[in-house]
Design a protein around this ligand. Structure first.
Ligand code: PLP
Length: 396
């Protein structure tokens, strides 16, 4: 048997930290296997099943033997549907030749990083932010350039922050709206300013729009492509479309990047899952859309329950999260670090949450992410258990 330490791993993997939430998911599963009832407020996926019309389209494709490779760029008919979605949602025309179907938004993020960054070059990104982004960059020996953001910045980059943090090796910015973990949406005027600030520096703007469709209330949902047609956009069938495990997403690249993106997609992935692509064709039917809109309305109800409930318990939620399905909350004083709190909450009260340390370093020990991708009853149970945990902590 080979000794574990006999493998000389590449230097680049040392910088890649574990995706902590997956460790929490694993520990929660172990507790469940021991018969405990765990409230899952850690998960980053909708609890709703994949909409029926999508499942049916997938089943039909399987029966018809649609299980072969497709072109690297993805099925033309699916790219047509995605293009139409840009027209329906934002009133913009995106040529399907610029759309690449990918293995989740994750593959799109990987491709964009591979395409745009040389070794030791970097993208500005928010801290807190989606953890894997930092690690996509490390995988290519590029440099994640973390910009601490607070509620005062609406938890997003601003022109002033771009100015302050831009370095000689900065090639652009990778931002997400709505963002994970904060749910913060960038308003159109702010997105315009960000795009201008990047343009002034001849940088690339990459916008992760994978939580589009899950924006609540009166907040407008503008694709960056309606502001800056040269931006790179990442999107996914995982969240609004409820297809996490199918592993399907897409990216939109500027026309002159199509050839490069095609070459990379061919080599790295051959193509995205064919069955998933055929299934996704069902996502654009009226039935699927109705189901997804019903799910979205549920998410809003849950957010409107959870945010006030957490605030009442002393958690700090300065901004109402406008999208996605997360609340990024400052822990009440005296609870210790977010990792210690998350661990004791899981072990003693069987509520799984994600400590802020998964999302960066800035004030991360003081924050935790609560996902509301569980039904209202379950969330209420979670809040009751958190209340109990806080009372015990305060010796009540
Ligand atoms: C902001 C953000 N981007 C990208 C992803 C990747 O998602 P997927 O690969 O399932 O599309 C996630 C998943 O949680 C996310 O939160």
């Amino acid at each position: 048997m080979q000794e574990e330490n006999s493998v000389k791993y590449a230097e680049r993997v040392r910088k890649i930290e574990p995706f902590r939430v997956m460790d929490i998911v694993a520990r929660a599963a172990a507790l469940e296997a021991d018969g405990h009832d765990v409230v899952h407020m850690e998960v980053g996926e909708p609890d709703f099943p994949t909409p029926g019309a999508i499942v049916k389209a997938g089943q039909k494709a399987l029966t018809a033997g649609k299980t072969k490779y497709t072109t690297a760029q993805g099925l033309p008919e699916l790219r047509e549907c995605i293009s139409q979605q840009y027209m329906d949602w934002y009133g913009i025309s995106i040529d399907p030749s610029r759309i690449f179907v990918t293995t989740g938004g994750s593959a799109a993020l990987l491709l964009v990083t591979a395409m745009l960054l040389n070794v030791d070059e970097g993208f500005l990104m928010t801290d807190p932010g989606y953890p894997c982004n930092r690690h996509f960059l490390h995988a290519f020996e590029a440099e994640p350039q973390l910009v601490p953001v607070t509620a005062d910045d609406h938890f997003q980059l601003t022109p002033a922050l771009i100015e302050r943090h831009w370095k000689d090796n900065t090639r652009g910015a990778l931002i997400a709206s709505p963002a994970n973990p904060t749910g913060a949406v960038i308003a159109r005027k702010d997105l315009e300013q960000i795009a201008n600030a990047i343009k002034e520096r001849n940088g690339y703007l990459v916008v992760d729009e994978i939580y589009h469709g899950l924006v609540y209330g009166d907040v407008a949902q503008d694709s960056v492509l309606s502001i800056d047609p040269s931006a790179f956009v990442v999107n996914s069938f995982s969240k609004y479309f409820g297809m996490t495990g199918w592993r399907l997403g897409w990216m939109v690249v500027p026309p002159d990047a199509v050839k490069i993106a095609e070459k990379l997609s061919q080599n790295l992935f051959i193509c995205p899952s064919s069955v998933a692509q055929y299934a996704a064709l069902g996502a654009f039917s009226t039935d699927a859309k109705n189901e997804m809109e019903r799910n979205k309305a549920e998410f809003k109800k849950r957010r409107d329950f959870l945010v006030p409930a957490l605030r009442k318990l002393g958690f700090g939620v300065p901004l109402m999260p406008e999208g996605a399905f997360y609340v990024y909350a400052k822990l009440p004083a005296g609870l210790g670090s977010s990792e210690a709190f998350a661990q004791s909450l899981l072990e003693q009260h069987h509520v799984a949450i994600t400590p802020g340390t998964d999302f960066g370093t800035y004030l991360a020990e003081d924050y935790a992410r609560f996902s509301y991708s569980q039904d209202l009853e379950t969330l209420k149970k979670g809040v009751e258990r958190i209340t109990l945990a806080l009372e015990r902590n305060r010796g009540i």
